[in-house]
Design a protein. Structure first.
Length: 234
Protein backbone atom coordinates (compact mmCIF):
# COMPACT_ATOMS: atom_id res chain seq x y z
CA UNK A 1 0.00 0.00 0.00
CA UNK A 2 1.30 3.45 -0.86
CA UNK A 3 0.26 6.88 0.35
CA UNK A 4 2.40 8.67 -2.22
CA UNK A 5 0.97 11.54 -4.24
CA UNK A 6 0.85 11.14 -8.00
CA UNK A 7 3.80 13.47 -8.30
CA UNK A 8 6.81 11.85 -6.65
CA UNK A 9 8.66 13.56 -3.83
CA UNK A 10 12.39 14.02 -3.98
CA UNK A 11 14.24 12.74 -0.95
CA UNK A 12 15.61 15.71 0.97
CA UNK A 13 18.65 15.41 3.17
CA UNK A 14 19.79 17.80 5.84
CA UNK A 15 21.52 20.35 3.63
CA UNK A 16 19.97 23.65 4.62
CA UNK A 17 20.68 24.03 8.33
CA UNK A 18 17.13 23.49 9.59
CA UNK A 19 17.19 20.09 11.24
CA UNK A 20 13.61 20.20 12.51
CA UNK A 21 12.16 20.91 9.06
CA UNK A 22 14.40 18.29 7.48
CA UNK A 23 13.11 15.67 9.91
CA UNK A 24 9.48 16.67 9.36
CA UNK A 25 9.92 16.45 5.60
CA UNK A 26 11.72 13.12 5.90
CA UNK A 27 8.88 11.74 8.02
CA UNK A 28 6.30 12.98 5.48
CA UNK A 29 8.21 11.23 2.70
CA UNK A 30 8.30 8.02 4.72
CA UNK A 31 4.57 8.21 5.47
CA UNK A 32 3.95 8.76 1.76
CA UNK A 33 5.87 5.57 1.03
CA UNK A 34 4.89 3.31 3.92
CA UNK A 35 2.04 4.84 5.90
CA UNK A 36 2.09 6.40 9.36
CA UNK A 37 3.02 3.14 11.08
CA UNK A 38 5.68 2.12 8.60
CA UNK A 39 8.76 4.00 9.74
CA UNK A 40 10.98 4.45 12.78
CA UNK A 41 12.73 7.43 14.33
CA UNK A 42 15.97 6.07 12.94
CA UNK A 43 14.44 5.85 9.44
CA UNK A 44 13.54 9.55 9.62
CA UNK A 45 17.09 10.43 10.71
CA UNK A 46 18.56 8.34 7.91
CA UNK A 47 16.38 9.95 5.26
CA UNK A 48 17.22 13.41 6.59
CA UNK A 49 20.90 12.50 6.38
CA UNK A 50 21.72 12.88 10.08
CA UNK A 51 22.84 10.60 12.89
CA UNK A 52 20.26 8.50 14.80
CA UNK A 53 20.78 10.75 17.83
CA UNK A 54 20.18 14.04 15.99
CA UNK A 55 16.31 13.95 16.04
CA UNK A 56 16.34 14.06 19.84
CA UNK A 57 17.40 17.69 19.66
CA UNK A 58 13.87 18.58 18.55
CA UNK A 59 11.57 15.63 19.26
CA UNK A 60 11.25 13.43 22.33
CA UNK A 61 10.44 10.36 20.22
CA UNK A 62 8.75 9.20 17.03
CA UNK A 63 5.28 9.95 18.41
CA UNK A 64 6.18 13.58 18.99
CA UNK A 65 7.53 13.84 15.44
CA UNK A 66 4.34 12.26 14.11
CA UNK A 67 2.21 14.54 16.29
CA UNK A 68 3.92 17.60 14.80
CA UNK A 69 3.04 16.37 11.32
CA UNK A 70 -0.55 15.62 12.31
CA UNK A 71 -0.85 19.09 13.88
CA UNK A 72 0.30 20.76 10.67
CA UNK A 73 -2.09 18.58 8.74
CA UNK A 74 -5.08 19.59 10.88
CA UNK A 75 -4.13 23.26 10.53
CA UNK A 76 -4.06 22.97 6.74
CA UNK A 77 -7.24 20.89 6.80
CA UNK A 78 -9.02 23.55 8.87
CA UNK A 79 -8.03 26.25 6.40
CA UNK A 80 -9.25 24.18 3.44
CA UNK A 81 -12.62 23.49 5.07
CA UNK A 82 -13.02 27.09 6.23
CA UNK A 83 -12.32 28.42 2.75
CA UNK A 84 -14.81 25.98 1.26
CA UNK A 85 -17.54 26.81 3.80
CA UNK A 86 -17.07 30.58 3.42
CA UNK A 87 -19.66 31.19 6.14
CA UNK A 88 -22.34 29.51 4.04
CA UNK A 89 -22.14 31.89 1.07
CA UNK A 90 -23.90 32.21 -1.29
CA UNK A 91 -26.26 29.46 -0.16
CA UNK A 92 -26.08 27.01 2.74
CA UNK A 93 -26.56 23.85 0.69
CA UNK A 94 -24.09 24.91 -2.01
CA UNK A 95 -21.51 25.81 0.64
CA UNK A 96 -22.19 22.53 2.44
CA UNK A 97 -21.44 20.61 -0.74
CA UNK A 98 -18.19 22.56 -1.16
CA UNK A 99 -17.09 21.43 2.31
CA UNK A 100 -17.56 17.80 1.29
CA UNK A 101 -15.52 18.30 -1.86
CA UNK A 102 -12.78 20.05 0.13
CA UNK A 103 -12.65 17.12 2.56
CA UNK A 104 -12.12 14.66 -0.28
CA UNK A 105 -9.63 16.95 -2.01
CA UNK A 106 -7.47 17.15 1.09
CA UNK A 107 -7.39 13.36 1.46
CA UNK A 108 -6.51 13.01 -2.22
CA UNK A 109 -3.90 15.77 -2.39
CA UNK A 110 -2.28 15.37 1.05
CA UNK A 111 -2.44 11.62 1.75
CA UNK A 112 0.63 11.65 4.03
CA UNK A 113 -0.84 14.35 6.26
CA UNK A 114 -4.21 12.57 6.18
CA UNK A 115 -2.58 9.33 7.31
CA UNK A 116 -0.74 11.07 10.16
CA UNK A 117 -3.95 12.78 11.28
CA UNK A 118 -6.33 9.84 11.18
CA UNK A 119 -4.37 6.59 10.95
CA UNK A 120 -1.33 7.01 13.18
CA UNK A 121 -2.90 5.75 16.40
CA UNK A 122 -1.62 8.77 18.30
CA UNK A 123 -3.25 9.25 21.73
CA UNK A 124 -4.93 12.54 20.84
CA UNK A 125 -6.39 13.02 24.34
CA UNK A 126 -2.84 13.24 25.70
CA UNK A 127 -1.87 16.00 23.28
CA UNK A 128 -3.85 19.21 23.98
CA UNK A 129 -2.52 21.07 20.93
CA UNK A 130 -3.39 18.23 18.56
CA UNK A 131 -6.77 17.76 20.23
CA UNK A 132 -7.58 21.47 19.84
CA UNK A 133 -6.51 21.49 16.19
CA UNK A 134 -8.76 18.52 15.43
CA UNK A 135 -11.66 20.16 17.22
CA UNK A 136 -11.24 23.40 15.26
CA UNK A 137 -11.39 21.52 11.99
CA UNK A 138 -14.46 19.54 13.02
CA UNK A 139 -16.12 22.76 14.23
CA UNK A 140 -16.43 23.89 10.60
CA UNK A 141 -18.39 20.76 9.67
CA UNK A 142 -20.48 21.23 12.78
CA UNK A 143 -21.21 24.89 11.98
CA UNK A 144 -22.31 23.88 8.49
CA UNK A 145 -24.57 21.16 9.91
CA UNK A 146 -26.12 23.62 12.39
CA UNK A 147 -26.89 26.05 9.59
CA UNK A 148 -28.35 23.25 7.52
CA UNK A 149 -30.39 21.90 10.43
CA UNK A 150 -32.01 25.31 10.80
CA UNK A 151 -33.37 24.94 7.26
CA UNK A 152 -35.06 21.59 7.93
CA UNK A 153 -38.78 21.45 7.11
CA UNK A 154 -40.86 22.32 10.17
CA UNK A 155 -42.90 19.66 11.88
CA UNK A 156 -40.70 16.75 10.83
CA UNK A 157 -38.46 14.88 13.27
CA UNK A 158 -34.77 15.37 12.65
CA UNK A 159 -31.61 14.56 14.58
CA UNK A 160 -29.84 17.31 16.54
CA UNK A 161 -27.34 19.38 14.57
CA UNK A 162 -24.48 17.69 16.40
CA UNK A 163 -25.69 14.27 15.28
CA UNK A 164 -26.09 15.54 11.72
CA UNK A 165 -22.49 16.76 11.83
CA UNK A 166 -21.32 13.33 12.95
CA UNK A 167 -23.35 11.63 10.23
CA UNK A 168 -21.97 13.89 7.51
CA UNK A 169 -18.43 13.61 8.85
CA UNK A 170 -18.70 9.81 8.90
CA UNK A 171 -19.84 9.76 5.29
CA UNK A 172 -17.10 12.16 4.18
CA UNK A 173 -14.42 10.33 6.12
CA UNK A 174 -15.54 6.94 4.84
CA UNK A 175 -15.46 8.00 1.20
CA UNK A 176 -12.15 9.79 1.69
CA UNK A 177 -10.49 6.83 3.41
CA UNK A 178 -11.80 4.21 1.00
CA UNK A 179 -11.86 5.97 -2.33
CA UNK A 180 -10.48 9.53 -2.37
CA UNK A 181 -6.96 8.85 -1.15
CA UNK A 182 -3.87 9.29 -3.28
CA UNK A 183 -3.41 5.59 -2.65
CA UNK A 184 -2.55 2.94 -5.21
CA UNK A 185 -4.59 0.39 -3.27
CA UNK A 186 -7.84 2.32 -3.42
CA UNK A 187 -10.78 0.57 -5.03
CA UNK A 188 -11.91 1.58 -8.50
CA UNK A 189 -15.37 3.12 -8.79
CA UNK A 190 -17.74 3.71 -11.72
CA UNK A 191 -18.06 7.28 -10.43
CA UNK A 192 -15.79 9.84 -8.79
CA UNK A 193 -15.50 9.99 -4.98
CA UNK A 194 -17.07 13.46 -5.17
CA UNK A 195 -20.09 12.07 -7.00
CA UNK A 196 -20.39 9.23 -4.50
CA UNK A 197 -20.35 11.60 -1.52
CA UNK A 198 -22.83 13.95 -3.20
CA UNK A 199 -25.23 11.04 -3.76
CA UNK A 200 -24.88 9.87 -0.14
CA UNK A 201 -25.58 13.34 1.24
CA UNK A 202 -28.53 13.75 -1.13
CA UNK A 203 -30.09 10.49 0.09
CA UNK A 204 -29.43 11.50 3.71
CA UNK A 205 -31.05 14.92 3.32
CA UNK A 206 -34.06 13.47 1.52
CA UNK A 207 -34.48 11.07 4.41
CA UNK A 208 -34.74 14.08 6.73
CA UNK A 209 -37.43 15.65 4.58
CA UNK A 210 -35.32 18.25 2.78
CA UNK A 211 -36.51 19.31 -0.64
CA UNK A 212 -33.28 18.49 -2.43
CA UNK A 213 -34.50 19.64 -5.84
CA UNK A 214 -34.43 23.23 -4.61
CA UNK A 215 -32.29 25.15 -2.16
CA UNK A 216 -34.44 26.84 0.50
CA UNK A 217 -32.79 29.45 2.66
CA UNK A 218 -33.33 31.50 5.69
CA UNK A 219 -34.01 30.16 9.09
CA UNK A 220 -32.29 31.12 12.32
CA UNK A 221 -29.14 29.27 13.27
CA UNK A 222 -29.58 26.33 15.59
CA UNK A 223 -28.28 26.56 19.13
CA UNK A 224 -24.74 25.34 19.62
CA UNK A 225 -23.95 22.59 22.08
CA UNK A 226 -20.63 21.67 23.58
CA UNK A 227 -18.55 18.88 22.09
CA UNK A 228 -15.08 17.46 22.14
CA UNK A 229 -12.81 16.92 19.14
CA UNK A 230 -14.40 15.30 16.09
CA UNK A 231 -17.77 15.08 17.69
CA UNK A 232 -17.17 13.52 21.07
CA UNK A 233 -19.94 15.08 23.18
CA UNK A 234 -18.81 16.57 26.47
Amino acid sequence: MSWRKDQSRNERGYHHGNLKEALLQAALDLIAQKGAAGFTFADAARMAGVSPAAPYRHFRDRDELLSSIALRGFEQFEQALMQAWDDGRPDTVIAFERVGRAYLAFAREEPAYYSAMFESGLPIDANPALMAAGERAFAIIRAAAERLAALAPPGLPRPPAMMMALHIWSMSHGVASLFARGDAARRRLPMSPDELLEAEVLIYLRGLGFQTDRRPEAAPQAEQTSSGPWGKPK
